[in-house]
Write a protein that binds this ligand. Sequence first.
Ligand code: SF4
Length: 376
Amino acid sequence: MKISKQDALRWFTFFAALPEDQPLGCRQQEIALAVFSQIELAAEARFERLKADIPGLKGLGPGPSTLYVGPEEHFPGGCKSCLLGTGLSAVRKTNRCNARCPFCYDYGVLDAIPPIGEGLWEIGGGKYREEDLPLLFTLQGKPTGIAYVYLEPFMEIEKYYGIIRRFHEAGVHQHLYTNGLNAGEENLRALGEAGLDEIRFNLGASDVSDRVIEAMRTARKYIPQVGIETPMTREFEARFHEKKDRILAAGPDFINCAELHLNENNLPNYLGENLYFYRMGYLSPVFSREITLRLMKEAAEEGWPLVVHDCSNRTKFARDLNQAKKEGGWFGRTSYGCELPGYPWEAFLPVLEDPDFPFLEEEELPRGYRPGEIVL
Ligand code: SF4
């Protein structure tokens, strides 16, 4: 059903006015899914046009799982492990942050994130002390890499040195995310000495502050790979260009362009934007991937000495398929899916009202699905 934008708008306006707990009938669901499909196809067509304009665009992993430009030797080891190795393997510790980013998945609940526990680390969903790692390695083998995720590790970075040393001795690639606000000479040196392989600065979290750019330059002295990983937002794009020379001079190996995706917490900060669902899983503003692809084009045309690559919804989709296969899952198994409790009908009205976002093909609705007919 290639529903027209006009019919889509009428139906979504109707769905948005229904009481929240009223489920859609089967045909109404067909209509809703046809609308999401039309929006997704139109968004993907825009991305394809932008991709076609990027000189020397390359792909990594099956699919390919991610796209990039620039010298492959700078491609982050952590992403290779995540996409081609044993998966992301998240390690969690710190449950606090010193920033309040509008794009944060925990926006509005940052002070209510459950603690992991005194002396404990959450690894793959289980709780461990540092001393349990040898047991874990013996019984379950070693992952190709692990990533320190969960809010801001520099809130208590001294707790990380010991565990980093143990993973390093075991030969496991380690990368850590930070907003960089508390990063300085001393703690960056200590992380390097402990054996951290890679550090990623979320530059967007500090509105691309000079202090964090400086921290990136300092990190270069101690940590083998230094990069930027931040969600692609309009604010970041503008600030990046104001400070582009300074950022590139700090010498990052890569810019990982994360496609912003929305959950219940951060969605209210992006109402009014054109949104789309990727394979009925992640919900994103269309602008985010467009910014990624524009940045790649600029990097390729100007020959930046670093890798610019995408961590798009498709990349996460591929990452989960890889992980499920490595875990011995059945054909088609994935944990990729929608993070919202229901469909936010109203949030889709702007994209349906935008005259600059045409659907690729439109058809008249079949009999029995038209507004005014009883459709359940
Ligand atoms: S720095 Fe990271 S954890 Fe902290 S508010 Fe921003 S996105 Fe959230």
